[in-house]
Structure formats: structure tokens, C-alpha cells
Design a protein around this ligand. Structure first.
Ligand code: C2E
Ligand code: CA
Ligand code: CA
Ligand code: CA
Length: 275
């Protein structure tokens, strides 16, 4: 590829053309897949450190592509957001997650990720009301995970939406906490139920004092604000011990379970809850 010397590439660049072609076929395949059941939800448990019991499962999307196999969300969610398909895809995930979770024990919640675009396009509140009604899942068993970008733009409008969701009885979690610009300020603009400590801090917890200090500070914030703190990406027993010591309430990660398919939920619940 030829650079024009300013770090950007020319439009007629053949490599660039290939990227555009790949993307077009990705978009086409995604639409077809959504219509034909090519997307699937995996579920990963969240464990309370005090009670040692599973409180919820987070729904994580997977795309089973006919040629590419399982395409990870890091590859298709940004494309789905660009093409606007994330609104339909997100609605599918919400309905699917509620429908599957209603079969689980009453004390287990389901947590669903929301894209900021689901706030700006489509009617999120009526989608949630409809997903709850048609599945029969009580609102108190649904958690919605948002990132701070929801509060970055159109914040007043989005805070109104969040408040209406909360009035329904749905819980709202702030995902990827600590990775953005001014996360702490957002805790004042909306009464979050849960803060999810980003897995990058958990990964470096035992090797980097800065990460430890951040985890400690976030756990402290949780206590001050009366918000549950959940550490994600927990892979080792040492991390669990440290997070417990720092006052984290919940943990989630490969140490407990990888994301699993719905048919494995009962087995994983039995295994984790008996320990
Ligand atoms: P996220 O919401 O931060 O989800 C946590 C990610 O960490 C998941 O990646 C999960 O599989 C991974 N993970 C869990 N435990 C561990 C661990 O112990 N170690 C490590 N290294 N990773 C762990 P995944 O499933 O690839 O999803 C990536 C991202 O895609 C998610 O990040 C979320 O932002 C997005 N995503 C997934 N499903 C949906 C969805 O239904 N809707 C929307 N809007 N976004 C979604
Ligand atoms: Ca999440
Ligand atoms: Ca996260
Ligand atoms: Ca993330």
C-alpha cells in the first residue's frame, strides 16, 4: 500500500479495496444470519464472593459463520454498529436472553449488553417492555450493561431512558469501568446498580501496583455509593483472593466458567453453587 505521506491511504489502494469488499460480504452475511438463526448467545456466570453463589449470567453474542466458523463479537459488533444492524441484533439478543433465562431458578438474573446505538435508534424502553412481557421474565431479573459512551452523547435523553428502565425494575450496570474518560462523574448523573471493573485491571492486579490501586479505589467507590462492584476477567485463585480482600462484591471470569451455551447452564449452576 502507498502512503500519501500523512499517514492515510489513497482511495484506489488495492488493499483498501479488499478491505471494503470483505466488509461488504460481512454485512451481507450478517443480515442473512440474523434472519436464519446464525447468531447464538453464550452465558457466563457472575459469582458473589460472600455467599459463593451465582447471582446472574451475562449473555455474550456469538456468530456462527458458515465459512469462517465462530466469529468473535470484537469483529462483528463494530460492523453491526456501523451498518445500523446492531439495533435489530441487540433486540434479538434481549428477547432470546429473556426467553432462556425465564427457565432458570428464580434467584438467577440475566445480564444483557446494550450498544449506545440502541439508545439513539429504535425505542429501547418499549423493546424491553415487550421482551419481558413475551418471555414472562420479571423485570427484577434483568440487568442491562451500558458503557459510558451512552452518557457521553445525548446524555439527557439517554438518562431519561435509563430512568424509565429503572422504574420498570430493571437493573443498570456500568460496564468496562475505569477505561473511559471521566467514569466517576457518571456515577453522579445516574444511580447505577452495578459497576463492572474492566478486565484489564484484573489481569494486571498482581503484577502492577497501579492496577491494584485502581481496583481498590473502584471497590471503595462501590461501598461509598452503595453500588455492587463486579470484577470481570478473573482467571486465577490468587486474583479472587486479592479482589475479595479489596472489597469486591462479585467476580466473573474463566476461573469460574467460560461462556457456555444455554443447555449447560443448569450443570454449571449446580457445580458452582455446591462448592
Ligand atoms: P464485555 O461486555 O466486556 O464482555 C466480557 C468479555 O470478556 C467477553 O468477551 C468474555 O468472553 C470475556 N471474558 C470472560 N471471562 C474472561 C477471562 O477470564 N479472561 C479473559 N481474557 N476474557 C474473559 P466476548 O464474549 O468476546 O465479548 C467481547 C465484547 O463484545 C463484550 O465485552 C461486549 O462489549 C461485546 N458484546 C458481546 N455480546 C454483546 C451483545 O449481545 N450486545 C452488545 N452490544 N455487545 C456485545
Ligand atoms: Ca459486558
Ligand atoms: Ca466489560
Ligand atoms: Ca468490553
Amino acid at each position: 500500500a502507498k502512503s500519501d505521506g500523512r499517514g492515510t491511504y489513497r482511495i484506489f489502494d488495492p488493499q483498501m479495496d479488499a478491505v471494503i469488499q470483505t466488509r461488504r460480504s460481512l454485512e451481507r452475511d450478517m443480515r442473512t444470519s440474523l434472519a436464519q438463526g446464525g447468531f447464538e448467545l453464550y452465558y457466563q456466570p457472575l459469582v458473589n464472593l460472600q455467599t459463593k453463589r451465582v447471582t446472574a449470567f451475562e449473555a455474550l453474542m456469538r456468530w456462527n459463520h458458515r465459512d469462517r466458523g465462530a466469529v468473535p463479537p470484537s469483529e462483528f459488533i463494530p460492523v453491526a454498529e456501523d451498518m445500523g444492524l446492531i439495533v435489530q441484533l441487540g433486540e434479538w439478543a434481549l428477547r432470546q436472553a429473556c426467553a432462556e433465562a425465564v427457565e432458570w431458578p428464580d434467584d438467577i438474573r440475566i445480564s444483557v449488553n446494550l450498544s449506545p446505538l440502541q439508545f439513539s435508534k429504535g425505542n429501547l424502553v418499549s423493546t424491553v417492555v415487550s421482551a419481558l412481557a413475551s418471555s414472562g421474565l420479571p423485570a427484577s431479573r434483568l440487568e442491562l450493561e451500558i458503557t459510558e459512551s451512552v452518557l457521553l452523547e445525548k446524555s439527557e435523553r439517554n438518562i431519561t431512558v435509563l430512568n424509565r428502565l429503572r422504574e420498570l425494575g430493571v437493573r443498570i450496570s456500568m460496564d468496562d469501568f475505569g477505561t473511559g474518560y471521566s467514569s466517576i462523574g457518571y456515577l453522579r448523573s445516574f444511580p447505577f446498580d452495578k459497576i463492572k471493573i474492566d478486565k484489564s485491571f484484573v489481569r494486571d492486579l498482581l503484577v502492577d501496583e497501579g492496577s491494584l490501586a485502581i481496583v481498590r479505589a473502584i471497590a471503595g467507590l462501590g461501598v461509598s455509593f452503595g453500588i455492587t462492584t463486579t470484577a470481570e476477567g478473573v482467571e486465577t485463585e490468587e486474583q479472587v483472593r486479592c479482589l475479595n480482600l479489596e472489597g469486591c462484591i462479585e467476580v466473573q471470569g474463566y476461573f469460574y466458567s467460560k461462556p457456555i451455551v444455554a443447555s449447560q447452564v443448569a450443570g454449571v449452576l449446580a457445580k458452582l453453587n455446591e462448592q
